[in-house]
Ligand binder design. Structure first.
Ligand SMILES: Cc1ncc(COP(=O)(O)O)c(C=O)c1O
Length: 400
């Protein structure tokens, strides 16, 4: 008599709570030892302010707010004028001519992924991807009664091609790649992606149906140094890119993202209709009108990358000085160092947190033995965390 929730939510409510738990540990520590006692690297909520043009665009928008339909419904795929602008912009970015009809403006990268999954997956299908991975993928899979299977990256966080090839089976419908990668910050290079495409072609032939290559790119603009983020669209006709404006211009709450279908995809019209249908049945209707209108002058803008770059250097120094093993992230705003004891949860929650330094155990990303640090905090906080990292390492050495 007291149960209202659907069966599929049984046992799921506690999932994804590891980041939340760190947040609560942080609150308790702050209350006990004061605001400045905590260096919180647990959450990836971009704190670098949006580019100055956002404020100007907001003012311009406010001036038109008294017009009829200023924020009315629009076509499901988004404002036609914005789709046109995006087609021009993404043709350059992705290195292939994209038409407005091959783009769908959706509610963030998360909404974009959900629409692609909803449109292409049958219950029982499998989405193959990487491990570690963005934990929300599991939640999206539950929506479609499918499974996410992550293939571990190699120790240097490059793709393990033999393992990927071995894992593809007749249930594999999508290969999901995310670059720059959450949680490692890794950018997968052209050679790796070409190799991946080769394997996908071979396996698609073997199983008699195409395997979609889905590139999740919300961190595309956050790249340090001159590393290229190769596009999969010119490489493989069965490919789709999703992205958003959450990180590149710090608008995560505004929930605007996009799906770009490979212009060479056979039956691309059917795919795009499927995305529209999926978006409608999930009740999203269309992406937020305000966010879309802001983008008019913002497509080619990005946050001040120098801020993130300085933090990346500061974090690398703090970790290196304390003796942690890590791969320098090429993009995004995360480090994924090795935990100095095997039990990553214990290390993060009991050892590191004791010194007011908060991260998230690798287990939350399907990869025990590591931990994630997000540098969405000021350089000053990163520098302040250095002694904590050192003491935690000293403690860990005694625990071995
Ligand atoms: C890998 C990855 N994909 C998708 C998303 C969702 O992005 P959005 O806020 O644009 O929905 C995130 C957000 O953190 C992410 O890390």
């Amino acid at each position: 008599m007291n149960k209202l929730l659907a069966d599929r939510f049984e046992g799921q409510l506690g999932k994804g709570s590891m980041i939340r738990k760190m947040f609560e540990i942080g609150l308790a520590l702050k209350e006990k030892n004061g605001e400045d006692s905590v260096c919180d690297f647990s959450i990836g909520n971009p704190d670098v302010p949006p580019p100055a043009e956002v404020k100007k665009a907001m003012h311009d928008l406010a001036d038109k707010a008294d017009q009829p339909f200023a924020f009315g419904y629009m076509a499901a795929a988004g404002y036609p004028w914005l789709l046109k602008q995006m087609a021009e912009f993404y043709s350059k970015e992705q290195g292939i001519k994209v038409e407005p009809g091959e783009i769908f403006i959706a509610t963030g990268a998360a909404g974009s992924l959900s629409s692609v999954f909803r449109a292409t997956l049958n219950p029982g299908d499998e989405v193959l991807g990487l491990k570690p991975y963005f934990g929300e993928y599991d939640a999206f899979m539950r929506n479609t009664e499918t499974a996410y299977v992550g293939i571990p990256l190699k120790a240097d966080f490059t793709l393990d091609m033999p393992a990927i090839e071995k894992a593809i089976n007749k249930k594999t419908r999508i290969f999901l790649i995310n670059s720059p990668h959450n949680p490692t910050g890794k950018i997968f290079n052209r050679g790796e992606l070409e190799e991946l495409v080769k394997v996908l072609r071979k396996k698609s032939d073997e199983f008699g149906r195409p395997i979609l290559l889905l590139a999740d790119e919300p961190y595309r603009a956050l790249v340090y140094g001159d590393e290229e983020v190769p596009s999969v669209l010119p490489m493989y006709e069965w490919s789709v890119v999703v992205g958003s404006f959450a990180k590149n211009i710090s608008l995560p709450g505004e929930r605007v993202g996009y799906v770009i279908c490979c212009p060479n995809m056979p039956d691309k019209a059917g795919f795009m209709q499927g995305i529209a249908q999926a978006t409608r049945i999930m009740g999203y209707v269309n992406a937020p009108a305000v966010g879309q209108q802001l983008l008019k002058t913002l497509l080619d803008k990005k946050v001040d990358l120098n801020i993130y770059a300085r933090r990346r250097e500061a974090m690398a120094k703090a970790l290196k000085d304390a003796g942690y093993e890590f791969v320098m992230p090429g993009g995004a705003f995360y480090f994924f160092p090795k935990a100095p004891i095997a039990d990553d949860i214990k290390f993060v929650e009991e050892v590191l947190a004791k010194y007011g330094v908060l991260g998230v155990a690798g287990t939350a990303f399907g990869m025990p033995g590591y931990f994630r640090l997000s540098f969405c905090v000021s350089e000053e906080v990163i520098k302040r965390s250095a002694p904590g990292f050192k003491k935690a390492m000293e403690d860990a050495k005694k625990m071995k």
